[in-house]
Design a protein around this ligand. Structure first.
Ligand SMILES: [Zn+2]
Ligand SMILES: [Zn+2]
Length: 386
């Protein structure tokens, strides 16, 4: 019998250590060293790589069998912590405000327990300690390039999230999180005197028309049943009331859950800019940068996580997709798996601040819940295979 609960004190200690020493995406050197030292102490075999802080660890069971991967991210955010706990951030302006400290600690605990009990299961467990989730291009792709998914049959990951209370597990059968893209359009015209518009090409008018016409995309050009967002968050043009500007720039984000809709929207943005510029005599340049792809769970794997939640006595909550981005999506494009939310709010303890806020403080109860959820979901998978 593998007993995860025996490891809880250590998991809590790992979490508090990592929380106190947060590092920004792509700069997680100390965190990576800490993770390596715990793995080494526990005799877990692992690999590190030049140029990245991510780590791949593997525990081999007694006999051959399937390979299950668990993934945790471990980067923090540029935010000043306002919590007063004794393990609060010691690094000014940096904070584990998304709970990745919890994720990494849970995986460390699981790796240690499974290494101790490796005689008791068949197959392999791969632990992906991934850097830089918060910042595109993210760490997932570089981990995959370095072999994170080689030989892996199935993958599971989780996120602690304040939208739910401890004891609640958020599950989505298919699309769960969005593709998050960024675009910029530079409009070029001919500047001049505000009193002589006929001698100019007014980029403010052209830019403003582009902003308005972009609203047409979601309302008229995409399937009403397919969620999508086109938001222009930045529009820059002009600095004097009587000058017609020769340059306007606008920037925005596109969120979609489906690759076809995503392609359609990128094309429609370009066509919109083209149409307006043709009509006004302006020219334009557009840059469209793709962020993480949509995160789409596999139905059967989600069913396993649901079963695990029910057996453990947690409340499985069906969730609608969130329009955030998450680079776990890259793993799910390669192998079947499931990503789920673990509720971490606890109103009775006053722990209700949202992720990414300076007072975010997950209830540590969810360390146990997270570890058991991953472990039991993995067991469900093995049972189903047998
Ligand atoms: Zn985050
Ligand atoms: Zn996060």
């Amino acid at each position: 019998m593998i007993e995860i609960r025996n490891e809880l004190e250590k998991i809590r200690a790992h979490r508090r250590h990592i929380h106190a020493h947060p590092e920004l995406s792509f700069e997680e050197h100390e965190t990576s060293r800490y993770i390596q030292s715990v793995l080494r102490e526990n005799g877990v075999e692992f690999q590190t790589f030049d140029g990245i802080t991510g780590i791949l660890a593997t525990v081999n069971g007694a006999n051959s069998g399937p390979c299950i991967a668990f993934r945790a991210d471990f980067d923090a955010l540029a935010l000043q912590e306002e919590n007063n706990c004794d393990f609060r951030s010691q690094n000014d302006g940096i904070m584990h405000a998304c709970g990745h400290d919890m994720h990494a600690a849970v995986l460390l605990g699981l790796a240690s327990v499974l290494q101790k009990n490796r005689g008791e299961f068949a197959g392999k467990i791969r632990f992906i300690f991934q850097h830089a989730e918060e910042c595109t291009p993210g760490g997932a792709l570089s981990m995959i390039e370095r072999g994170a998914l080689d030989g892996v049959d199935v993958i599971f990951g989780l996120h602690v999230i304040a939208n739910f209370n401890v004891g609640e597990i958020g599950l989505a059968d298919g699309a769960m999180m969005a593709a998050a893209d960024h675009f910029r359009i530079d409009v070029k015209g001919v500047g001049g005197h505000g009193a002589q518009p006929h001698l100019t090409v007014d980029t403010l008018v052209a830019g403003a028309r582009i902003v308005v016409d972009l609203q047409n995309i979601v309302s008229r050009l995409t399937d009403p049943m397919a969620p999508a967002v086109v938001t222009v968050g930045k529009f820059q043009c002009g600095n004097a009331f009587n000058i017609i500007q020769e340059h306007a720039a606008l920037e925005g984000t596109v969120r979609t859950l489906d690759d076809k809709v995503r392609d359609r929207i990128e094309q429609a943005i370009r066509q919109t800019a083209e149409g307006v510029c043709t009509a006004t005599g302006a020219s334009f340049q557009m840059e469209y940068k793709r962020g993480y792809p949509p995160l789409v769970n596999h139905k059967e794997m989600t069913a396993l996580a649901r079963k695990a939640a029910e057996r453990l006595g947690y409340k499985a909550v069906d969730i609608v997709p969130a329009m955030f981005g998450e680079d776990f999506s890259y793993y799910l494009q390669k192998v079947p798996g499931c990503y789920f939310f673990v509720g971490c709010s606890n109103p009775s303890k006053g722990l209700i601040s949202p992720n990414h806020s300076p007072t975010f403080l997950p209830d540590e109860e969810c360390l146990e819940i997270s570890a058991l959820m991953l472990f039991e979901t993995g067991l469900e998978y093995l049972k189903n295979r047998a």
